[in-house]
Write a protein that binds this ligand. Structure first.
Ligand code: MF3
Ligand code: CO
Length: 287
């Protein structure tokens, strides 16, 4: 690409006024041995617009769940709400048939860390904490976010875990800066979780997203500050730490091959934001 060519991203600007300075800056970091994103991880303005439409529906689906979730409801009913609302608004639930996943949403209760499968026999009870993880496809573009829901009065330890998990994600977001690193986010999250006596799940993490459900990079929440991939404008990924009361170790359900449980039966909480790195900061696309 020559400096006076139109930029590859389709912005209509000359390369020298658009991605050339970004790529030159990336090259300086790469020469120091840092991990830098490939060009295909930098979303173009046209892609960003499409992905924002998907993300807006994803947030609306979560709002719909928030409106209807209640004690006595089965997680299967949450699945029905997600399926109906998403398809009525022109979207497709991304989990449905994803690598054999049988439902439209993940619902993970109490000691379930993630990837809980909605079930008519799983009834939400007073005191439960439940993560509802919604992912949406609109016009081929992907979005992903999750919230924690508290069922009525919950035990003090559950209350504290959910509060600290919220704080972790907010601190992670605050640590996310263009030209910083993914490890800055991880360090902010891990430090706060550990200071509160909790652990962060290591082997399962976040991911790039937008053109596919799961893109590079893998996003760890336990890596050191300044490590991992450079954060370059145009990158999109999720901040979705899983915080455990006890051990970070887990096992996967042998029957369904999906649901991830804490090994010690302790509670786990997760909140997921999907973000876009911009030249002047980081924007939350869905949460
Ligand atoms: N929403 C999950 C994530 O954050 C993806 C789960 S894959 C599924 O990455 F098939 F279980 F939906
Ligand atoms: Co995700």
């Amino acid at each position: 690409m020559e400096r006076n060519d139109l930029c590859w991203c389709g912005s209509g600007k000359k390369y020298k006024k658009c991605h050339m300075p970004i790529e030159e800056k990336m090259m300086v970091h790469a020469e120091k041995g840092e991990i830098v994103p490939s060009r295909k991880l930098l979303k173009t303005p046209a892609q960003i617009e499409k992905i924002k439409t998907s993300a807006a529906l994803n947030t609306a689906v979560l709002d719909e769940v928030a409106k209807h979730i209640r004690i006595g409801m089965s997680t299967e009913e949450i699945d029905q709400i997600v399926y109906r609302f998403t398809t009525e608004h022109g979207g497709i639930p991304a989990p449905l048939n994803y690598q054999g996943f049988p439902k439209s949403v993940c619902t993970s209760v109490n000691n379930e860390i993630c990837h809980g499968i909605p079930d008519k026999n799983v009834i939400l009870r007073e005191g439960d904490i439940v993560n509802v993880d919604v992912s949406t496809i609109v016009d081929g573009y992907f979005s992903d976010a999750s919230r924690m829901f508290k069922m009525g009065n919950i035990p003090e330890n559950a209350e504290r875990l959910v509060r600290v998990t919220e704080e972790c994600v907010k601190l992670g977001l605050a640590a996310a800066k263009p030209w910083g690193h993914l490890g800055d986010i991880a360090d902010a999250i891990n430090t706060h979780a550990r200071a509160n006596g909790y652990s962060v799940v290591e082997e399962i993490g976040g991911h790039g997203i937008g053109l596919a459900f799961h893109e590079d990079p893998f996003v760890s929440y336990v890596t050191p500050k300044g490590s991992e991939m450079l954060l370059v404008p145009g990158m999109m990924f999720t901040i979705e730490p899983m915080i455990n009361e006890g051990s970070p170790e887990f096992y996967v359900d042998e029957d369904n091959d999906w649901t991830v449980y804490t090994i010690d039966g302790g509670l786990s909480a997760q909140i997921e934001y999907m973000v876009l790195v911009k030249e002047d900061g980081v924007e939350v696309l869905t949460k």
